[in-house]
Design a protein around this ligand. Structure first.
Ligand SMILES: Nc1ncnc2c1ncn2[C@@H]1O[C@H](COP(=O)(O)OP(=O)(O)OP(=O)(O)O)[C@@H](O)[C@H]1O
Ligand SMILES: [Mg+2]
Length: 383
C-alpha cells in the first residue's frame, strides 16, 4: 500500500480502510488510472437506488470489522507478522488454499491453528508422514456386515479448515489425494463422489525442500495453492513480546473464536461481488503472461494462477474497504500468488535469482493501465 495512516481505533492496522488511499473514493476521488470506477459511478448516479437488505458499503463494513477481529486474534499467537496474517485472510476470502513454507519453528503450524480457531469452523489436522495413505486423507469405504453394504467413513479432509502439516513429508501419491480435493472440492471413493464442506480451505505447511526426509511438491501441485507465504524470523522486539506472552502459559488455551462459518461464507460472497474493470483484468493477464516470457524462467505462471491472482486481488480490495479492484491490489498479492509457481532456469538458479524478485521486476516494468481514451474528459477526475 502506498499510504498507511494508522486508524485511531485500531492502531497499526494494515487491513483497514484508513490505510488505503483509494478507500471510499468512488466519486470525485476515483483514482485516475481506473476509468471504470468513474464510469460506474456515473452510471450509478443515473440509476434509481436498488433496494437491498445490505448495501455493498454495509457488507464491506462488516467484512472489515470481522477481519480485524480475526487478524487481532491470530496475531496474539503469531506475534509481529501482520503481513503474513493478511495474506492468510486474502487466501481464505478468495476461496483459496495457503501454503506456508519456512524453516522449522517460525510459527507455521501456529498460524494455521490460530486462524482455524479464530473462525470457529470445523477443523482437522493431518500430520503428513511417509507412511500416510491416500485413504487416511480422503476416507474409506468399509463393509458393514449387518447391512451388507459399504459405508463411507469420511477422512479428515471433510472439514472447513484442513491443516496439512509438513505436507512434503508424505509420498507424492498421498499429497496428490489432498491436492485433488483442493481443486475439485469433492472426493471420489469407490466411484461415489462426496462434496466437501464450504468454506473449504487447506493450509499446508512445509519445510524447504532441501531439508532431510522431504519430497518436493511437484509444480502442478504447488499451482493449486492460491498463495504461498514464508513467515520469517520475528524482529527482536516481536520475539521478546513472544517470549513474554508465550512463556508463562499456552496462548491457545485462551484463544476464542471471533467469527464463524456463516460469517466467512458471507464475506466470501462480498468478495465475489467486488468489481474488477476490464483494463485491470487485462493488466492481470499481462502480468501473468509476462512471467512466461522471462528468460530466467523455465515454467511461467499458469492460467489458473491468473484466476487466483484476480480472486486474491478482489479479497485484497475488500480488506482495504473497496468494492472495486485497483492495480495496487494486484501488486500487493502478486508475489504471494505468483512466485511459488515459477520455475527458474538452471542458469538463473545458479546466479541465485529469486522468483519473488522477478515478479517484483515485472510489477515495475509492465505498464499500469491508464484511462481509456474513449472516456476522455469523463475520466479526468482527479484529487
Ligand atoms: N512469530 C512468532 N510469534 C509467536 N510465536 C512464535 C513465533 N514464531 C514461533 N513461535 C513459537 O514457536 C513455537 C513453534 O511454532 P510452530 O510449531 O508453529 O512452528 P513450525 O514453523 O510449525 O515448526 P515446524 O516446522 O517444526 O513444524 C510455538 O510455540 C510458537 O508459538
Ligand atoms: Mg509445524
Amino acid at each position: 500500500m502506498t499510504s498507511s495512516t494508522p486508524p485511531a481505533a485500531l492502531p497499526g492496522n494494515p487491513y483497514g480502510q484508513n490505510g488505503d488511499p483509494y478507500a471510499g473514493q468512488h466519486g470525485q476521488y476515483a483514482p485516475q488510472n481506473h476509468p471504470h470506477e468513474a464510469q460506474q459511478q456515473q452510471q450509478q448516479q443515473h440509476q434509481a437506488p436498488q433496494p437491498h437488505p445490505r448495501s455493498a458499503g454495509g457488507r464491506l463494513d462488516d467484512l472489515h470489522a470481522i477481519t480485524q477481529r480475526i487478524a487481532a486474534n491470530v496475531e496474539r499467537v503469531l506475534v509481529g507478522k501482520p503481513e503474513v496474517v493478511r495474506t492468510a485472510l486474502v487466501a481464505l476470502l478468495a476461496e483459496g488454499h495457503l501454503l506456508v513454507e519456512d524453516v522449522p519453528g517460525v510459527g507455521k503450524t501456529s498460524l494455521a491453528k490460530a486462524l482455524a480457531r479464530s473462525i470457529d469452523c470445523s477443523v482437522s489436522r493431518i500430520q503428513f508422514t511417509p507412511d500416510l495413505l491416500p485413504s487416511d486423507v480422503t476416507g474409506v469405504s468399509i463393509f458393514n456386515r449387518q447391512t451388507n453394504e459399504f459405508e463411507f467413513r469420511p477422512g479428515p479432509v471433510f472439514a472447513n479448515i484442513v491443516v496439512g502439516d509438513e505436507i512434503n513429508r508424505a509420498s507424492p501419491k498421498t499429497q496428490s489425494a489432498l491436492l485433488e480435493c483442493m481443486e475439485e472440492h469433492q472426493v471420489t471413493v469407490d466411484a461415489n463422489t462426496y462434496d466437501l464442506h464450504s468454506p473449504f480451505m487447506v493450509i499446508a505447511t512445509q519445510n524447504p525442500i532441501e531439508m532431510e526426509g522431504t519430497y518436493a511438491l511437484p509444480e502442478a501441485q504447488r499451482d493449486r495453492f492460491t498463495a504461498r507465504v514464508s513467515i520469517g524470523y520475528p524482529d527482536p522486539q516481536a520475539e521478546l513480546a513472544m517470549v513474554d506472552e508465550h512463556a508463562g502459559h499456552d496462548v491457545f488455551a485462551t484463544l476464542r473464536p471471533v467469527s464463524d462459518a456463516d460469517q466467512v461464507r458471507a464475506m466470501i460472497e462480498t468478495v465475489r461481488a467486488v468489481q474488477i474493470a476490464q483494463e485491470v483484468r487485462r493488466y492481470a493477464v499481462e502480468l501473468v503472461s509476462a512471467t512466461r516470457r522471462l528468460s530466467e524462467i523455465r515454467i511461467g505462471a499458469s492460467p489458473r494462477s491468473t484466476l487466483h491472482l484476480v480472486r486474491a486481488a478482489r479479497a485484497q480490495a475488500a480488506l482495504s474497504g473497496r468494492d472495486f479492484v485497483v492495480p495496487d491490489d494486484l501488486h500487493v498479492v502478486a508475489i504471494p500468488v505468483l512466485a511459488h509457481r515459477l520455475v527458474l532456469t538452471p542458469e538463473a538458479q545458479a546466479s541465485r535469482r529469486s522468483p519473488a524478485e522477478l515478479v517484483r521486476g515485472l510489477i515495475q516494468r509492465v505498464p499500469v493501465p491508464q484511462a481509456a481514451p474513449e472516456m476522455g474528459a469523463q475520466w479526468s477526475v482527479r484529487r
